[in-house]
Design a protein. Structure first.
Ligand SMILES: Cc1ncc(C[n+]2csc(CCOP(=O)(O)OP(=O)(O)O)c2C)c(N)n1
Ligand SMILES: [Mg+2]
Lengths: 370, 328
């Protein structure tokens, strides 16, 4: 027998609550309590509303570029729900819902996109990292964070989020390789929303699933309906258990779709068909949960109306908090630049007078000229 | 000569398109360059004209497409590599700094590297510290590469055409903030040779040397200083490597005072190098040491007010000029 099978496998796909309201009781029962379900639904509703509000802020010139989360709320939310509060949540830029669930004040996200560094000044207790816009870098950071926890014999793990496009970066492959070969407990969560700006998924990955990329690194992997909160929670439970018990990484591909533009600087109508958007609109993760809660008799139209009112009030309070903060001043140039600001920079800070900001260096010593 | 005006971005596209029509070896690749017409619409319509074989949307793999383009250049093709932003070229540091500029040298002349890396460079668009790199500060340090940095639409076309025809790797730095700037651009073949600075404004009291977007800040400052009776000569360097020191020296010998304006950080920068060279060449002609205006020595601030103050703006340039001339 000269030719044998060296390796064979399959990629599992998890779906529990589908877009038609079909619920798989065997997998789904007891996964999320009714109380929690209501709370998670409210999280998604707030996130969706804030997305809308942020979009309008941008259009009226009160915010810079903003990337909408619409349609992708269930992925990061399901992850944050399953993770422990001290597990690292290492996101890129489309995970508002999970971050809010973790406890990040929503005005921080608004502040960031309004162009204020203070949006990334985050309470260390939250165990989240700053918004990562350079594509892919955060996956290696997550691997390093989890590696450090292991080094210190802590039980914390890390979960990192990234898009389908990000899987083309070397950082992705290097992070996956490290985590698998060095036994590092990281959950890699790919939000496959089918597009990287205008570039369709198959340009980034020509395999039928992104999930199977993990196999090449010897990492366990699964695909789920990313618009199905139950499926996300199920996969996250499997992944975190694996990470904690085996000390090994795990890969989840959440298949989802961004219903909005890439960012407010984009117009997605230029490169994708309305039919596709319509199809995914019907698969909306929020609508699905709402209908399910109604079928469980734990939700009704009056509760929905009350929630809408509450969310309206809450978002305007969030905007007020974000816009109410005073503009940063010149001293903030130097804030957090070094753990210990070196003397030459301290002099720049004290005098605002150095060759690098256009002044006569001979006058540096004399703050009077400042 | 017609007075046809074009936007800076269209001048760039015209250079690429004309060269692609004339030479089948030239092609364009990068993130979003095809279907999307480029993140900043520089390659608008090029996919339609040249097809997907020559206008190539890449995966988000800067190191990958930069490295592959180097291989293609070694085979005699002439790739134009667009970085959506030069900030993202940091991911590709090894191929662009460690391979491209040394390929000819290390292969004893066998493998050339006729490649253009181009994209948006510099701060000013409130993109935060990771997306606002002025790579001229770091990259101009590397021997083996050329670096062009146009400030006006006609130079955008003329310098890019020269870059595409150049047999060595050219780093071509565009400012997003200038892309909509209009100016007269010659219609046919238009070449601006490398290493030739241009006097943008003549004056007698002080020489202001800059390149790229800050040239506009210098002209603004010169205008304001004129009202104070200070006559500024503004030199647009146009290329950093090679550097046209002669034009600068000729001017400084006339004015006896000099301010160098460079949007990169001061430490180990083109500005510090140019100042050192001027000191050496014009030591006896200078009435004061060369002043430099750079971006502040901190990560690019995100907030609008801080970013404006961080940049080498017209106010700071005017202050430096007064200081150079001992005007209180
Ligand atoms: C290193 C780097 N290259 C390019 C970009 C520009 N960029 C920003 S978002 C994006 C698309 C990312 O797509 P994906 O990873 O699928 O995430 P999505 O936006 O779809 O959530 C690109 C190319 C960047 N920010 N960083
Ligand atoms: Mg995507």
């Amino acid at each position: 027998m000269p030719i044998t099978t060296a390796f064979q496998t399959e990629i599992q796909r998890v779906s529990i609550l589908d877009e038609h309201g079909q619920f798989d009781a065997e997998l789904g029962d007891g996964l999320i309590s009714n109380d929690d379900l209501v709370r998670l639904y409210e999280d998604m509703a707030l996130c969706r509303k804030l997305d809308e509000v942020a979009f309008k802020l941008q259009r009226s010139g009160r915010m810079g570029t903003y990337p909408q989360n619409m349609g992708q709320e269930a992925t990061s939310l399901g992850a944050a729900y399953v993770l422990n509060q001290d597990d690292w949540l290492v996101t890129c830029y489309r995970e508002n819902c999970g971050l809010f669930h973790r406890g990040l004040p929503p005005e921080k996200i608004l502040l960031h996109w309004m162009g204020d560094e203070r949006g990334n000044h985050i309470d260390p207790e939250l165990c989240v990292t700053p918004i990562a816009v350079p594509i892919g870098t955060q996956m290696l950071h997550a691997t390093g964070l989890a590696w450090a926890s292991k080094y210190r014999n802590e039980s914390r793990i890390a979960c990192t989020f990234f898009g389908d496009g990000a899987t083309s970066e070397g950082d992705f492959h290097e992070a996956m390789n490290f985590a698998a070969n060095l036994d590092i407990p990281v959950v890699f969560f790919c939000q496959n929303n089918h597009w990287a700006i205008s570039v369709p998924g198959h340009i980034q990955c020509s395999a039928p699933t992104v999930a199977q990329r993990a196999l090449a690194y010897g990492m366990d992997t699964i695909q789920c309906d990313g618009n199905d909160l139950f499926a996300v929670v199920h996969c996250m439970k499997t992944a975190t258990e694996h990470a904690r018990k085996e000390g090994r990484p795990f890969f989840i591909e959440g298949v989802t779709y961004r219903l909005g533009d890439h960012t407010t600087a984009d117009d997605a109508r230029r490169y994708r068909d309305q039919d596709e958007v319509d199809l995914w609109t019907e698969r909306d993760p929020i609508v699905r949960i709402r209908e399910h809660m109604k079928s469980l008799k734990i939700w009704d139209d009056s509760k929905e109306a009350q929630l809408a009112e509450r969310v309206e009030e809450e978002t305007s309070a969030i905007v007020q908090r974000a816009e109410g903060i005073e503009a940063p001043n010149d001293d903030d140039f130097f804030t957090s630049m070094y753990a210990d600001l070196p003397a030459d920079l301290r002099r720049q800070m004290d005098t605002r007078r150095t060759s690098s900001i256009g002044e006569d260096p001979s006058q540096i010593e004399n703050p009077q000229t400042a | 000569m017609s007075e046809r005006t074009l936007e800076f971005r269209d001048a760039l596209r015209e250079a690429m398109s004309q060269e692609m029509r004339a030479n089948k070896r030239v092609f364009l690749l990068g993130e979003e360059v095809a279907e999307y017409d480029g993140a900043y619409k520089v390659s608008r319509g090029m996919l339609e004209e040249f097809g997907p074989q020559r206008i190539i949307d890449t995966p988000i793999s800067e190191s990958g497409f930069a490295g592959m383009a180097i291989g293609a250049a070694m085979m005699g093709l002439r790739p134009i590599v667009e970085f959506m932003s030069w900030s993202f070229s940091l991911v590709a540091a090894d191929p662009i700094l460690n391979n491209a500029p040394k390929m000819l040298y290390m292969s004893g002349g066998q493998f050339g590297c006729p490649i253009v890396f181009r994209g948006n460079d510099g701060a000013g668009g409130q993109l935060g510290s990771t997306h606002s790199w002025c790579v001229e500060g770091m990259y101009s340090n590397v021997p083996g590469l050329k670096m062009a940095i146009p400030a006006f639409a006609d130079d955008a076309k003329g310098l890019l055409t020269t870059a595409i025809r150049d047999d060595d790797p050219v780093f071509f730095l565009e400012s997003e903030r200038l892309l909509a700037l209009k100016g007269h651009v010659p219609e046919g073949e238009h070449l601006v040779p490398f290493g030739q600075a241009l006097v943008r404004r003549s004056g007698d009291d002080v020489t202001i040397v800059s390149f790229g977007r800050p040239v506009h800040f210098c002209l603004e400052a010169a205008e304001a200083l004129e009202a104070e009776g200070i006559s500024c000569e503004v030199i647009d360097g146009r290329t950093i490597r090679p550097l046209d020191l002669d034009t600068i020296v000729r001017s400084v010998k006339k004015t006896n005072a000099c301010v160098v304006v460079d949007q990169s950080w001061s430490f180990g920068s083109p500005g510090s190098e140019i100042a050192a060279q001027i000191h050496q060449a014009c030591f006896d002609d200078l009435d004061n040491h060369v002043m430099r205006v750079h971006s502040a020595d901190v990560p690019t601030p995100y907030a609008w007010n801080l970013e404006q103050e961080y940049l080498p703006n017209a106010r700071r340039i005017a202050e430096a000029v007064r200081s150079a001339l001992y005007v209180a």
